[in-house]
Design a protein around this ligand. Structure first.
Ligand code: AGP
Length: 619
């Protein structure tokens, strides 16, 4: 039985006039793929057109640096090329399943991110017509479809359009062909952006891939397709009308250095340490968009957050801030579960807040579509301008953390918390639930937040010096908290799991007695998080419970408050804030640092955790 091997991937295409870029085509593709590697790193492949107009494909299983020599990037010269980095969702990564995929004649190469749902029927149809398949991927039907329509007399572009019209599912596709200088592209749901240069143009899964060469971008919308050459771009909307690229083009503020490691050991380290700056930029940029969202939320009956992973943890903190400070009943939902919970009870009096740093997480995007169908108003919070989730929402708020390359979310998490804290305070003020001074206290907390984030980095060093050994040796750990502290505990545990592979389990501290405490034995690391004196007082008894069973207890809490629980084996103090939501920011930073250093000490690469992709664009 043929099974489709789908993938979450990064794709890149470049069309360039000779000499217009400082490097040869192969080196440009290598650099772009390197910057896309965080999207997937099971296998790598490229295709290019050589001097004789022939299509050449080279691909291999492995990370880009492992296969750099084998693929021979530095020897490759030319004027049009494609690259792909793959994270397999079904089946094992292999050379055959690596992209690009080609047609029978080996003259058309395609890279794809997403899933072609109807690939089985298309493949059967093509096989009956005599097409020979080499891989088990869903993607391979695309070059064969193009080939089939060319055989029937269509031009390459018409054949491409016809092929795309038959696809069901999610895709960002780029294709090149022997003798051609165009890169054909199409998008449905999976992200795709065009980078506009002088004498060159790019097509890529996201902006960091080509940011070194250009910051003028055009986001391709769902249903759009077209092609780029070195000097032109054709973009057609779903209804076939030509879209004006000049009108759509935008300049992004991200600097090229932001996507380089710049002397740090890993992107994760760099991104943890640049949080003070990311917070300052985000807080400075929160203005009109927050006011408009706050007006909507202030009139809402209920607020439902939908998000995945770290964005879900930020949503726990945001929902709690809206509920407690603004008195708007709010709940966080894991977006992949939202379909089971959202129903006819949702109306236009409800607001759904979709939190996603990438703005492309498919589960969150689907939850947005469900919420809109049910009549709710949707507000997005994202770090990527023009990405799918903000585009499909009624309103969008942006964090300004800069590009995040490390697979583990760090600066995008803390900036989300900052934005949501400000949103909650603004709603509270509009609803008359917060006095002017209470509102001012949150604003002042946020103003101080970049400095307290810098000081929290010092607290992180202290946590690492005290707790690294025990985590490096442990296979499991507990992260416990209550209220806002639970959001922090969940985020800290996720970091530890995803980069250091320690089975860190986050639990509501009060719930730990209802089963999980049975796991505790002498030396078992248990980390407690508290964002307020109320939380700390309640967590204090849990510290005693764990300690009396031999656990190594570590408390991370605001300065002055932490003094009250001296019984923990290690007490890590962070700068104190009045708002428990803002307090989560300095509290989580030491936990990020502990996860990072544990991963490094255990010999793992925290930027490329096994089995993970930065942006999950398949369900
Ligand atoms: C966080 O460290 C993870 N890499 C992951 O859980 C992530 O937060 C999740 O996939 C959601 O991504 P998004 O914010 O881009 O939607």
């Amino acid at each position: 039985m043929v099974r489709g091997l789908s993938a979450v991937c990064g794709i890149i295409g470049v069309a360039v006039e000779r000499g217009a870029l400082p490097e040869k085509l192969g080196d440009v593709l290598y650099g772009c793929l390197k910057r896309l590697e965080y999207r997937g790193y099971d296998s790598v492949g490229i295709a290019f057109i050589d001097d004789l107009g022939r299509l050449v494909v080279r691909k291999s299983v492995g990370k880009i640096d492992e296969v750099r020599e084998k693929i021979g990037f530095s020897e490759i010269d030319g004027v049009v090329g494609l690259g792909h980095t793959r994270w397999a969702t079904h089946g094992r990564p292999s050379d055959e399943n690596a992209h690009p995929h080609t047609d029978c004649s080996g003259t058309i190469a395609v890279v794809h991110n997403g899933i072609i749902e109807n690939f089985s029927e298309l493949r059967k149809w093509l096989e009956n017509l005599g097409h020979r398949f080499r891989s088990e991927t869903d993607t391979e039907v695309i070059p064969h479809l193009i080939e089939e329509f060319i055989r029937r007399g269509m031009s390459i572009y018409s054949a491409f359009k016809r092929a795309v019209s038959l696809l069901r599912g999610t895709y960002a596709i780029a294709a090149i062909y022997a003798g051609g200088r165009r890169i054909l592209f199409a998008r449905n749901t999976s992200p795709l952006v065009i980078g506009l240069g002088k004498g060159y143009n790019f097509i890529a899964s996201d902006i960091p891939a080509f940011l070194r060469y250009t910051n003028r971008v055009v986001v391709v919308h769902d249903g759009e397709l077209g092609y780029v050459t070195s000097s032109s771009v054709r973009l057609e909307a779903a209804d076939g009308k030509v879209v004006s690229v000049e009108t759509r083009a935008r300049v992004v503020e991200w600097s090229p250095e932001a996507v380089e490691k710049g002397g740090y050991r890993h992107f994760m380290e760099k991104e943890i340490l640049e949080q003070p700056q990311a917070l300052a930029q985000t807080i400075a940029g929160l203005g009109e968009e927050v006011r408009r969202a706050a007006e909507l939320i202030a009139r809402a009956e209920r607020v439902i957050f939908v998000a995945a992973g770290s964005s879900y943890h930020a949503s726990i903190i945001g929902a709690l801030a809206l509920t407690r400070l603004a008195k708007v009943p709010s709940v966080p939902l894991v977006s992949s579960e939202a379909r089971w919970w959202l129903g006819r009870w949702l109306s236009d009096r409800d607001v759904v807040i979709a939190v996603s740093q990438s703005g492309e997480t498919i589960d969150t995007l689907i939850a947005v579509r469900i919420a809109k169908d049910l009549g709710a108003k949707v507000v997005a919070l994202s770090n990527v301008l023009g990405s799918a989730i903000p585009r499909e929402s009624h309103l969008a708020i942006y964090t300004r953390a800069g590009p995040e390359i490390g697979v583990a979310a760090t600066k995008t998490f803390t900036t989300q918390v900052a934005a949501l804290s400000y949103l909650a305070a603004t709603v509270a003020k509009l609803r008359g639930e917060a006095s002017r001074s209470e509102y001012e206290a949150v604003v002042e907390d946020l103003r101080r937040c970049p400095i307290s984030a810098s000081l929290a980095i010092e607290s992180g060093r202290s946590l690492v010096s005290k707790a690294l050994d025990v985590f490096v040796r442990s296979r499991s750990a507990f992260y416990l908290g209550r209220g806002f502290g639970l959001g922090v505990a969940k985020e800290g545990a996720l970091k530890m799991k995803e980069v250091a592979y320690v089975h860190a389990e986050a639990y509501p501290a009060g719930e730990s007695k209802h089963g999980p405490i049975a796991l505790v034995e002498p030396g078992f690391p248990t980390l407690f998080c508290a964002c307020s004196s109320e939380e700390l007082e309640m967590v204090a008894s849990n510290v005693e419970e764990m300690k009396s069973r031999g656990a190594v207890t570590i408390l991370v809490a605001p300065r002055k408050l932490a003094e009250r629980v001296r019984s923990a084996d290690h007490v890590i103090e962070v700068p104190k804030h009045l708002s428990p939501a803002v307090q989560a920011i300095p509290l989580v930073i030491p936990l990020q640092m502990l996860a990072y250093e544990t991963a490094v000490a255990r010999g793992y690469d925290p930027d490329k955790p096994r089995n993970l992709a930065k942006t999950v664009t398949v369900i």
